[in-house]
Unconditional design. Structure first.
Length: 455
C-alpha cells in the first residue's frame, strides 16, 4: 500500500492537493457570503462579524480537532491490519459527531445572545446576529456530521471523495444562500436567515451523500449499523486525540480576539491595516491544513504498522513542505506588501499600516505553516499534548506582551512584530514537541540505523 511503503513526498503531494482546493473553496464561501451580506446593509454585516468567531470555532473543532482524532484512530487501526476495528470506530465517530452537534446547538442557542452582547452587539446588530445564529446553529449537527464523515474517509487515505463533496457543498452554499438571502429569481428575500439556510441545505446534502457513500461499499471502510456494540475503549481511542485537540481551536480564537482587542485600542487605521493582513493569514491556513491532513493518515498507518521511523519522516517532510510554501508567500508580501494590501484599500494611512503588518508578520508565516502542519501530523501519532502546549505558549505570549505594549503606548509596528514573534515561537515549540514526544521506540540508535532505506 502506497501510504505505508510508497515514496513519501509524491504521496503526500497527491493527497494534499484535493484538500487544499477544498479548503480554498471554503475560504471563497466566506468571501462570497461577506459580499452579499454587505448588500443587505451595515447591521447584517456587523452581525455576521459577531457570529463568525463561533462559526469558525465549530468548524475548526469538528474538522481539524475532533476530525483529526477520528482520522488518527481509523488510520492506526488500518495500519495495524484491523479492518473490523476501523469499521466499528467509524460508527463510534458518528455517535460522537451527533452528540457534539447537539451540545453545540444547545450551548450557542442558549448563550449566544449573551456572547454577542459581550462582544459589543446591541440594537439592530444584536437582533440580526441572534436571528442568523438561531437558524444556523440549529444545524450544528450537520456541520459536525459532514466533517466527521469526511474525517472517516481521510483516515482511510481517501482525500478525493471528501474534498469533492466539500467543494460541491461550498458551491451549493454560495448559490442557495445568495438566492435566499438576496431574494434572487423566484426566491423570497429572507436576509440573514436565508444565508443561514443556504449553509444548512448545502451541508445537509453533503451529509446525505457521504452517508450513502460509506454505507454502499464504495469506501474502504463500510459504515454498518448491525451487531455493533458501543465500547468505551473505542470512544477513548478517538477522544484521547480529538478532545485534547479541541483545546487548540479555542486557543486560536482567543489569540485572535485578544490581539484584535489590543490593536483596536490604537485606532481605526491600525485595526483596518491589521484586518487586511489577517485576511491573508486565513487564506494561508488552507495550505497548511491541506498538507497536514494529508500527512495524518500516512503517520497514523505507519504508527499502526509499527514503522515509527517512517511516521517521523512523514511528519518532518510535511512540515518542511508547508513551511516552504507558506513561507514563500510570506516572503513575497513582506518585500512587496502592496501586492496584497493594494487590493483592499486606497486610503494612504490604512495602506501604510497594512504594509507595516505584512513586513513584520510575513517572515513568521513559514513558522506558522510548519506548526499547523506538525499539529495534524501529531494527531496521526496519537500524541497531542505537546502541540497543544505550543499553542498555549503562543496565546500567553501574545496576551502578556500585548498588555505590556498597551501600557507602554507602543506604536502599531511593535504589535505587528508581536504577531510574527508568536508565529515563530509556535513553530519552534511545535517542532520541539514532535521531537520529544515518544511516538515509538527510539533506542538503540544503531539498530534504527539498519532499517532499510525503503522505509
Amino acid at each position: 500500500m502506497s501510504l505505508t511503503s510508497g515514496p513519501i513526498l509524491p504521496t503526500l503531494l497527491r493527497l494534499a492537493l484535493p484538500n487544499v482546493l477544498a479548503m480554498v473553496m471554503m475560504v471563497l464561501v466566506g468571501i462570497a457570503e461577506t459580499r452579499y451580506v454587505g448588500l443587505l446593509g451595515t447591521a447584517p454585516l456587523a452581525a455576521m462579524a459577531l457570529v463568525f468567531p463561533f462559526v469558525m470555532l465549530v468548524q475548526m473543532m469538528s474538522a481539524g480537532a475532533m476530525g483529526g482524532g477520528v482520522s488518527s484512530a481509523m488510520s492506526r487501526a488500518l495500519g495495524a491490519g484491523d479492518a473490523a476495528r476501523a469499521r466499528t470506530l467509524a460508527l463510534h465517530a458518528v455517535v460522537i459527531g451527533v452528540v457534539a452537534g447537539v451540545v453545540t446547538s444547545a450551548l450557542l442557542l442558549v448563550f449566544g445572545p449573551a456572547l454577542y452582547r459581550f462582544l459589543g452587539g446591541s440594537g439592530a446588530v444584536l437582533a440580526e446576529a441572534v436571528r442568523y445564529s438561531g437558524v444556523l446553529f440549529c444545524g450544528a449537527v450537520l456541520i459536525w456530521l459532514i466533517n466527521t464523515l469526511a474525517s472517516i474517509l481521510r483516515g482511510t487515505g481517501d482525500m478525493r471523495v471528501p474534498s469533492t463533496v466539500l467543494f460541491a457543498s461550498a458551491i451549493l452554499q454560495i448559490t442557495v444562500g445568495g438566492a435566499l438571502g438576496l431574494g434572487l429569481g423566484p426566491f423570497p428575500r429572507l436576509g440573514m436567515v436565508g444565508v443561514a439556510l443556504g449553509q444548512i441545505v448545502a451541508t445537509g446534502a453533503g451529509v446525505a451523500f457521504l452517508f450513502w457513500w460509506l454505507g454502499s461499499g464504495h469506501a474502504r471502510v463500510r459504515l454498518g449499523w448491525r451487531n455493533v456494540a458501543l465500547r468505551g475503549e473505542l470512544f477513548a481511542d478517538i477522544l484521547k486525540v480529538g478532545a485534547l485537540s479541541c483545546v487548540s481551536p479555542v486557543q486560536s480564537v482567543l489569540t485572535i480576539l485578544i490581539f484584535t482587542g489590543l490593536v483596536a485600542r490604537l485606532g481605526i487605521g491600525p485595526l483596518a491595516g491589521y484586518g487586511i493582513g489577517q485576511r491573508l493569514e486565513f487564506l494561508l491556513i488552507p495550505v497548511a491544513f491541506g498538507i497536514g491532513v494529508a500527512s495524518l493518515p500516512m503517520v497514523g498507518m505507519a504508527i499502526g504498522a509499527g514503522n515509527f521511523h517512517r511516521a517521523r519522516r512523514v511528519a518532518w517532510i510535511a512540515g518542511l513542505v508547508s513551511a516552504v510554501n507558506v513561507g514563500l508567500i510570506g516572503l513575497v508580501v513582506s518585500i512587496a506588501p502592496d501586492l496584497w494590501a493594494g487590493l483592499f484599500t486606497d486610503d494612504p494611512a490604512v495602506l501604510e499600516y497594512a504594509r507595516q503588518y505584512l513586513r513584520w508578520a510575513g517572515p513568521g508565516f513559514a513558522f506558522f505553516g510548519l506548526g499547523v502542519t506538525l499539529y495534524f501530523a501529531s494527531q496521526g501519532s496519537g500524541h497531542m499534548l505537546g502541540p497543544v502546549l505550543a499553542g498555549t505558549v503562543r496565546l500567553v505570549l501574545v496576551a502578556v506582551l500585548g498588555v505590556w505594549l498597551v501600557a507602554r503606548n507602543a506604536p502599531a509596528w511593535q504589535f505587528f512584530a508581536l504577531v510574527s514573534a508568536g508565529m515563530v515561537v509556535y513553530g519552534f515549540a511545535t517542532v520541539a514537541s514532535v521531537r520529544l514526544s515518544p511516538w515509538g521506540p527510539r533506542k538503540p540508535a544503531r539498530q534504527a540505523s539498519r532499517v532499510p532505506a525503503c522505509q
